[in-house]
Design a protein around this ligand. Structure first.
Ligand code: NOJ
Length: 536
């Protein structure tokens, strides 16, 4: 289906090194919840394609699409049954091809999700491996093992799944009884990356999407592919969870880097600076930087920043540690506040003013930034979803205690005064939207200078205009207790994380602020939980 690519649309920067990704603002589209093109209550690729002009107007540089591949959706599409097919719920290969083309015509780049640690139990390889039975070479593409105990009734080791319960499931079939490894849900068997067929298959998958014209990949569980030889026991209790950064025999093993060096050489064969960003939860920022050595990946998500509280000292420490960790490998820092796996930052930080201030702070930091759909609308986490609509696999495996990820995945409101608030033609959506979301819709906020949407639009416009923003360095400035102040060329950012208003000398002209500010007699009063951008 892949057609001849029109060079004028796809290879805009062929042969020219722009380092576009070093300063890029990348917008995460959670496809099922972004825009519904066919009125079935599920977001899809045609819906997302139709909203590209909105993203262009918002001012982002690139779009990251969460998995839209053929999948039974046991884990929101992170259980892939066919890496080269689009799930009918999301559209067709023609739809993704059209989306990439339209994005490029708007000068937006497109990053797709790649899920190499595991597939779906409905993937052809896994179905074959199950059918062929113990001893079959086809089982070697996964981690099948006999159990422990007299009858093999115990899991092969003590690893637990990140979604709760053992990381092993026993094959029930008569005469079988082997166990297979799944770090996530039982419907997500882990690939064995020691097997050459797995490596070859993913090289081919990378090329498939690069040929179609995508600008890069977000690599799911990038730190998990290689497991310690012999799959040794951990030996002690570990509190497992998606956000785990402990040292573990299945995470951050040195062997993963060889894979990324191989992938980098493939990316570099293609024109237009195709990139890869690692989802790698590692014990330290230094360990994350290892994925970003010059011959490996381009970026890694900064999860330390996501996990930080609304606290001046803590944020300053993480900003410093991030910049220090990235410098030796010459990688840009990345910043992120929200994604589809964590509680939306408006709710995490406890208020809309904090969320607005946090956005301005983040967008002023050196490097590249990831935005999660709906944060530009100031959406809160939806905390009262009925159990009957929940889909997060960890909700079912942990008796509901950790089923928190659905609340940030509720379809976003575009306009109108009734559900689905312009999300699609249907009255409902796969996860129900709260009442009164009309007030937060794109339509309701557009043109209102006090709205969060207009704040993001203004910030992204300034970020393009002011040469001092994006990639580069920062210098901390003296500031009152609870205030962070830093300078970049021609620019100063001041953010008050304290509980009270703070006063300091105005460092320049107010360019943008998350709350109204008063500057008088060369002094500025910075409201609590607010951020100001200064042109100097
Ligand atoms: C990280 C993804 O962001 C998350 O949504 C998914 O459940 C796990 N990886 C497993 O693929």
């Amino acid at each position: 289906m892949t057609q001849e690519l029109a060079p004028d649309v796809h290879d805009r920067s062929a042969g020219r090194h722009t380092g576009w990704w070093r300063s890029a603002v990348i917008y995460q589209v959670y496809v099922r919840s972004f825009a519904d093109g066919n009125g079935d209550g599920n977001g899809d690729l045609p819906g997302a394609r139709a909203r590209l002009p909105y993203l262009k107007d918002l001012g982002v540089d690139a779009v990251w699409l969460t998995p839209f591949y053929a999948s039974p959706q046991a884990d929101g599409g992170y259980d892939v049954a066919d890496y080269r097919a689009v799930d009918p719920m999301f559209g067709t290969l023609t739809d993704i091809d059209d989306l990439v083309r339209d994005a490029h015509a708007l000068d937006l780049r497109v990053i797709v999700d790649l899920v190499p640690n595991h597939c779906s139990d409905q993937h052809e390889w896994f179905k074959q491996a199950l059918r062929e039975g113990p001893g079959s070479p086809l089982r070697e593409r996964f981690h099948f093992r006999p159990g422990k105990g007299e009858q093999g009734e115990l899991p092969p080791n003590d690893w637990n799944s990140l979604f709760g319960g053992p990381a092993w499931t026993r094959v029930e079939a008569e005469g079988d009884g082997e166990w297979f490894l799944h770090l996530f849900a039982p419907e997500q068997p882990d690939f064995n990356w020691e097997h050459p067929a797995v490596r070859d298959e993913f090289r081919s998958i990378l090329r498939f999407w690069l040929d179609l014209g995508v600008d890069g990949f977000r690599i799911d569980v990038a730190h998990g592919l290689v497991k310690a030889a012999g799959l040794p026991d951990i030996g002690h209790n570990v509190e497992m969870g998606l956000l785990n950064t402990d040292e573990l025999p299945f995470f951050d093993q040195d062997g993963v880097h060889e894979i990324y060096r191989d992938w980098r050489s493939i990316l570099d064969e293609y024109p237009g600076e195709r990139i890869a960003v690692a989802e790698a939860w590692t014990p330290t920022l230094e360990r994350s930087a290892r994925y970003l050595r010059p011959d490996e990946l381009h970026q890694a998500f900064n999860f330390e920043y996501v996990m930080a509280g609304w606290d001046a000292a803590e944020l300053r420490r993480i900003i410093d540690e991030t910049l220090a960790a990235m410098a030796p490998v010459d990688a840009p820092a990345t910043w992120v506040l929200s994604n589809h796996d964590v509680v939306r930052h408006r709710t995490r930080y406890g208020s809309l003013p904090r969320a607005r201030a946090a956005a301005l702070l983040m967008l002023a930091l050196p490097g590249s930034t990831y935005l999660y759909q709906g944060e530009e609308l100031g959406l809160p986490e939806v905390t009262d979803l009925p159990d009957s609509v929940r889909q997060d696999p960890s909700f079912f495996r942990d008796n509901g205690q950790e089923g928190l990820r659905d609340g940030c995945r509720v379809p976003i409101p575009w306009g109108g005064d009734r559900p689905s608030y312009g999300f699609g033609a249907s009255e409902g959506s796969w996860l129900p939207q709260p009442a009164r979301w009309q007030d937060l819709s794109v339509q309701a906020q557009t043109g209102d200078p006090g709205s969060t949407l207009e704040l993001y639009r203004a910030a992204l416009r300034l970020r393009r205009e002011l040469p001092g923003l994006g990639d580069g360095e920062l210098e901390w400035l003296e500031a009152p207790e609870g205030v962070l102040a830093f300078a970049r060329p021609g620019f100063v950012c001041t953010v008050n994380l304290g509980a009270a208003e703070a006063e300091m000398a105005a460092p320049g002209e107010v360019a943008l602020s998350s709350e109204p500010v008063v500057v008088r007699g060369g002094l500025v009063r910075i409201p609590a939980d607010s951020c100001i951008w200064w042109a100097v």
